[in-house]
Design a protein around this ligand. Structure first.
Ligand SMILES: *[C@@H]1O[C@H](CO)[C@@H](O)[C@H](O)[C@H]1NC(C)=O
Ligand SMILES: *[C@@H]1O[C@H](CO)[C@@H](O)[C@H](O)[C@H]1NC(C)=O
Ligand SMILES: *[C@@H]1O[C@H](CO)[C@@H](O)[C@H](O)[C@H]1NC(C)=O
Ligand SMILES: *[C@@H]1O[C@H](CO)[C@@H](O)[C@H](O)[C@H]1NC(C)=O
Ligand SMILES: *[C@@H]1O[C@H](CO)[C@@H](O)[C@H](O)[C@H]1NC(C)=O
Ligand SMILES: *[C@@H]1O[C@H](CO)[C@@H](O)[C@H](O)[C@H]1NC(C)=O
Ligand SMILES: *[C@@H]1O[C@H](CO)[C@@H](O)[C@H](O)[C@H]1NC(C)=O
Ligand SMILES: *[C@@H]1O[C@H](CO)[C@@H](O)[C@H](O)[C@H]1NC(C)=O
Ligand SMILES: *[C@@H]1O[C@H](CO)[C@@H](O)[C@H](O)[C@H]1NC(C)=O
Ligand SMILES: *[C@@H]1O[C@H](CO)[C@@H](O)[C@H](O)[C@H]1NC(C)=O
Ligand SMILES: *[C@@H]1O[C@H](CO)[C@@H](O)[C@H](O)[C@H]1NC(C)=O
Ligand SMILES: *[C@@H]1O[C@H](CO)[C@@H](O)[C@H](O)[C@H]1NC(C)=O
Length: 601
């Protein structure tokens, strides 16, 4: 069951919904078909809308910081995604800009432009270059008059990959039949922005470690599934004991390594943060309610040593909770799912031996299904064929976890708290010197869930913190450090009323947001940035089967970014497809002489 609050509907309604919910998928014997199992027929029925202009959906985020140069733009793929589910991914040959040899680019941007018309569910998709994932995203749900959406992503960090021939792979599992008619027409572009001044910006051969730190990796290894495959290249984690892994080998002259992890959750775990504990499900004889409680963590291991943990942001896909909330302002992260970086430089000494090693992923408490893969970013020492290193210290305490349940019958509350910390220290000797790297991760989580109104009401209040720091030291003085403090929050409120005739009315309020503060320091100063992004949404719908037959959704969002040189903010709201108010500012508040967010230097 994918609609998170269905799990709390009255038993009679649950049994009613079981069949209509899965009737289509059984004939196809697919379990990973409907990602968010609601779409609307609101405007499909009104034929007078057919000539109206398409609606443009978008996700609120800050614009990409571009140089003033004119980009070289290439259409790298054009494809119509009709019945693509369970078929091989779409492939294309990627070649770098033919005349790049004399050019250096300061920014490279991926642009996904798509249209769709009719009725369709939201679909997850991924874009890979020779197995390295560069975008994980969710489609927008179409309307009868058609929709358009565009996603732009800064992909400069994949520079080294983009400069050589690769195989481009796009997988989107779409299904088309007489009811779900939407075909996604997609154009994928890459824009290469040359540097403004090749002398000031040409950091090709960094002299010092702190400079090298800020360049893209020299080599990016895919930690994803190989061809041939009738699916995305992501691994699928289906339950809590499922471990997926891939063997890899790194060049012997690496001096820095960062693992970038892409994660998305679907079907029984699409709304994992609203899954009740199993004892509650058992006590109430609930069937078809996804359980295992509301805590999930993605564990990342290298050769059976846990090196990182990801407690993911609660991305709500475009059909999630109430699809009308996300029109036209899409949910945070839905068009460009976040990836998570784990610095594993301290561990390099263990994997520089020229032998094969293994990276594996598992998800604590997982239900079917999690899509996970990773990219291993490696920095190579041009001046040596062999670096050396050693892991000095490894501290990883077991997960601290507490669950307090308090329920009588189908109403009650559950409090889940968890925390974890991981710290790695190791040295690595390259032509930059003997550098000691220390990386730490500190995570904490709290989820308070209430089931009320005879199981028809559900409230989820979740917050998690994720601190991570990286410190590079040489002869006990810091050369470079990076600290990041993240807070993810979610407040969900939903109340349903059975309307008989296989339909129900639903009220839902969502507050979804994150704060992200980063400080980068070297002996030459420090750079701080902060992002605050918060959405509030309220909706009221009537649902029959899997279709929203009437209703309305409203969303307000405030996005604020600032760093030492640049500020951006947007305050926007919409209701029933219409933008009510939209205020954008890219100047820093005048109250401070500079917009430096922290008194740091
Ligand atoms: C590079 O190639 C592209 C497309 O082939 C072309 O549009 C562009 O003008 C070229 N740039 C230079 C500097 O030659
Ligand atoms: C993608 O769509 C946007 C919005 O309509 C448009 O401005 C942009 O030019 C399109 N991109 C390309 C490369 O055509
Ligand atoms: C890259 O691909 C292009 C076009 O297929 C081909 O002409 C070129 O030789 C390839 N380059 C390399 C290094 O393989
Ligand atoms: C977990 O999933 C794996 C992969 O599908 C399967 O082999 C295994 O039997 C499952 N384990 C349990 C306990 O269901
Ligand atoms: C659950 O099922 C058991 C056995 O069929 C029954 O004794 C019990 O009363 C049921 N509990 C509820 C809450 O329906
Ligand atoms: C459990 O819930 C009931 C009903 O809401 C409340 O009265 C009681 O104080 C709760 N008990 C605990 C230990 O929280
Ligand atoms: C759980 O975490 C919350 C938020 O940090 C805290 O207020 C609460 O005291 C914790 N409860 C338990 C039982 O640990
Ligand atoms: C590098 O520094 C570490 C910590 O100071 C030290 O233990 C190690 O022996 C040094 N390695 C080399 C090759 O000098
Ligand atoms: C994160 O860092 C802040 C500020 O240093 C600290 O107050 C908080 O306890 C840390 N949280 C975790 C989970 O490490
Ligand atoms: C849900 O949102 C509506 C509209 O803003 C508001 O009237 C209502 O009080 C909210 N309910 C809750 C429980 O937050
Ligand atoms: C956003 O705009 C609304 C409407 O003008 C206003 O009420 C609200 O205070 C603004 N929020 C922020 C954080 O500026
Ligand atoms: C939403 O907008 C449509 C037109 O786009 C209109 O027909 C409908 O009545 C509106 N619904 C509400 C609840 O405002």
């Amino acid at each position: 069951m994918a609609f998170y609050f269905l799990s709390f509907l009255f038993l009679s309604l649950i049994s009613l919904l079981q069949h209509p919910l899965f009737s289509t998928s059984t004939t196809l014997h697919t379990t990973s078909l409907f990602r968010s199992q609601l779409t609307t027929q609101l405007d499909s029925s009104s034929n007078n809308n057919n000539n109206a202009t398409p609606t443009t959906y978008f996700e609120v985020t800050k614009p990409i910081n571009l140089p003033k140069t004119k980009p070289f733009s290439y259409l790298i793929l054009q494809h119509d995604f009709a019945y693509t589910y369970g078929k091989p991914p779409i492939l294309a040959n990627y070649t770098p800009p033919s005349n790049y040899t004399s050019q250096k680019f300061s920014r490279i941007v991926l642009e996904w432009n798509a249209t769709c018309k009719g009725r369709q569910f939201d679909r997850i998709f991924g874009v890979w270059l020779s197995g390295v994932e560069i975008l994980r995203s969710c489609t927008a749900e179409p309307r009868a008059n058609g929709i358009f959406w565009s996603v732009k992503k800064d992909i400069t960090r994949y520079y080294s990959l983009l400069m050589t021939n690769q195989t481009l792979v796009v997988y989107m599992g779409n299904l088309v039949d007489s009811t779900y008619t939407g075909v996604y027409h997609v154009k994928l572009f890459i824009h290469f922005y040359p540097v403004e001044d090749i002398y000031s910006d040409g950091k090709k051969n960094p002299k010092y470690f702190y400079e090298a730190f800020d360049t893209g990796a020299d080599l990016i290894l895919p930690i994803s599934r190989n061809f041939p495959l009738n699916d995305g290249l992501w691994f699928e984690v289906e339950n809590s004991s499922d471990v997926v892994s891939k063997e890899f080998k790194i060049p012997r002259n690496a001096y820095r390594a960062v693992m970038e992890i892409y994660v998305s959750f679907h079907e029984n775990d699409e709304f994992w943060y609203s899954n009740p504990p199993n004892e509650y499900i058992r006590a109430n004889n609930l069937t078809g309610t996804p359980g295992n409680g509301a805590f999930r963590e993605v564990l990342v291991s290298v050769d059976d040593l846990v090196v990182g943990s990801v407690w993911p942001f609660t991305v709500i896909y475009t059909g999630g909770v109430n699809p009308l909330l996300w029109r036209p302002i899409s949910g945070i992260g839905s068009f460009d799912l976040p990836s998570y970086d784990i610095e594993i430089t301290p561990l390099l000494g263990k994997i520089l031996d020229g032998n094969t090693h293994k990276i594996s992923f598992s998800v604590t408490n997982a239900l079917n299904v999690w899509y996970i893969d990773a990219n291993l970013h490696l920095w190579l020492d041009e001046k040596s064929v062999k670096t050396e290193g050693k892991l000095l210290k490894y501290n990883s305490l077991p997960l601290s976890f507490a669950l307090v349940t308090n329920f009588t019958g189908i109403d009650g509350s559950f409090l889940t708290n968890a925390s974890r910390s991981i710290a790695l220290t190791g040295w690595i000797k390259s032509s930059y010197g003997n550098i000691t790297a220390k990386s730490t991760q500190g995570l904490s989580y709290s989820n308070y869930m209430v089931a009320g109104n005879e199981g028809n009401l559900q409230i989820v209040d979740q917050v998690n913190y994720f601190n991570d720091t990286v410190d590079f030291m040489m002869a006990s003085s810091s050369v470079k450090s990076l600290e990041s403090f993240k807070k993810f929050s979610l407040l969900l409120y939903s109340d349903n009323v059975d309307k008989g005739d296989e339909s129900y009315a639903s009220i839902s309020n969502v507050t979804l947001g994150f704060d992200d503060r980063r400080v980068k320091t070297s002996e030459y100063g420090s750079l701080a940035s902060s992002t605050e992004n918060m959405q509030k949404a309220q909706g009221d719908i009537l649902v029959k089967g899997r279709l929203v037959v009437s209703g309305v959704g409203s969303t307000q969002q405030v996005y604020k970014y600032k760093d030492d040189e640049y500020c951006y903010s947007r305050n926007i709201s919409s209701s029933n497809y219409t933008i009510l108010h939209d205020k954008v500012s890219d100047s820093c508040p005048r109250s401070t002489s500079s917009c430096r967010p922290f008194n740091f230097m």
